[in-house]
Design a binder for this molecule. Structure first.
Ligand SMILES: Cc1ncc(COP(=O)(O)O)c(C=O)c1O
Length: 371
């Protein structure tokens, strides 16, 4: 077939913004049977109640379209029990095919060509392509100082002077772990009702910095909170996440998704995972225990590191990130180089699992790095 140029077959031209995107590079394949400290996933798997519920799925469940009733109410109940949901109603919850899909849908509903998306750098990598797909202008403000403080003053200035359409706050931030006080987040949202403030709380369970105990979406309707069952509940493979915000905003965002984008397996697993909140809490406590142990050891051996919020930390190996990543992999341990990210040259991001798993990482790392 004839080609119009080197890259396109003779087919209708895609939208310019899409043509300009780099192809999405999915995480590595072949990660099974390794100690996966590269994507901040839960490292021990979901509750036994989840496995039981999935095993008991019957033929009918598979052959009919998914049903979602009860899931939003269950999440609201869990939030209430955690002291987080006194103002939240089930109409303020949207269910998505992972938080990734929620982010994409929010940009689809709100992101207009040439409007500004404001965020920080370095941060989670999926915000930028979602903004680019809509032809938005991206402004990324660097974290400040050697301990990666949130650039609060600059963000507030830009909101008041430039009126961005979307502000994305990753709290705690992936990969720096930077924490922003939830009351400050609400103050930021009050600066301009024209800016939709999205607070990505994927790792909030490890810091307890959620804005949900304080936010009333009737009073701050331009705030949206993102939560997922990927990292704490161990459901990353099933893809389920939530956007929580004013019912009008959630309703609008839901207009740009398919009616059955979240499948029945994910719904059944989510209900079972939320039924066993104590399993999630106990996993979070295990990670926090391992984090304290690591901190003591990194300190003792004078390794350059940065630990703040989240189930991950940054480490600067003597032998460089690429070499160390490779050698750890040879030892069956996956971690991620952050060498390319702004202000993180020379670093690796390591997810934190259980104490036993972190002891395994630490023994391998010490040998590789001659500590
Ligand atoms: C900050 C942040 N937001 C969102 C996501 C995507 O979460 P989900 O698995 O629910 O799509 C990730 C996954 O790594 C993340 O780190």
């Amino acid at each position: 077939m004839e080609t119009r140029n080197n890259s396109f077959l003779d087919t209708p031209k895609p939208r310019k913004a899409v043509e300009a995107l780099s192809p999405y590079s999915a995480p590595l394949e072949g990660r099974r049977n390794l100690l996966r400290l590269d994507f901040n996933e839960n490292t021990i798997g979901p509750s036994p109640l989840v496995i039981k519920a999935l095993r008991e799925i019957n033929r009918e469940e598979i052959s009919i379209y998914p049903e979602y009733s009860g899931l939003k109410e269950k999440l609201v109940n869990n939030l209430k029990k955690q002291g987080s949901g006194q103002y939240i109603k089930s109409s303020e919850i949207g269910i998505f095919n992972g938080v990734d899909a929620a982010i994409n849908a929010i940009f689809h509903a709100y992101g207009e060509h040439n409007e500004m998306m404001l965020t920080t750098s370095p941060t989670f990598g999926y915000y930028t392509p979602c903004a680019q797909m809509r032809g938005m202008q991206i402004t990324s403000i660097p974290y400040e100082g050697i301990d990666f403080q949130y650039p609060l003053k600059k963000i507030c200035e830009i909101i008041t002077q430039k009126n961005p359409k979307i502000l994305l706050i990753c709290n705690p931030n992936n990969p720096t772990g930077t924490r922003l006080n939830p009351k400050k987040v609400i103050e930021i949202a009050k600066l301009s009702t024209n800016t939709l403030v999205i607070v990505d709380e994927l790792y909030e369970a490890f810091t307890s910095d959620s804005i949900l105990p304080f936010v009333n979406f009737q009073k701050t309707p331009n705030l949206v909170v993102l939560r997922s069952l990927s990292k704490t509940a161990g459901l990353a493979g099933l893809r389920i996440g939530f956007a929580i915000g004013h019912s009008k905003v959630i309703n609008l965002v839901n207009r740009v998704t398919g009616p059955y984008d979240v499948n029945s397996f994910a719904v059944i697993a989510a209900l079972a995972a939320l039924e066993d909140q104590s399993y999630i809490d106990s996993y979070v406590n295990k990670v926090l225990e391992a984090r304290d142990w690591l901190k003591t050891n990194l300190e003792k051996h004078k390794v350059k590191y940065h630990i703040s919020g989240g189930n991950y930390f940054l480490i600067w190996p003597n032998s460089g990130p690429i070499e160390t990543e490779k050698k750890l992999k040879e030892n069956g341990i996956l971690v991620r180089s952050m060498d390319e990210k702004l202000n993180l040259k020379g670093s690796l991001r390591v997810s934190i699992g259980t104490l036993q798993q972190m002891k395994r990482f630490w023994s391998a790392f010490k040998l590789i790095d001659n500590i």
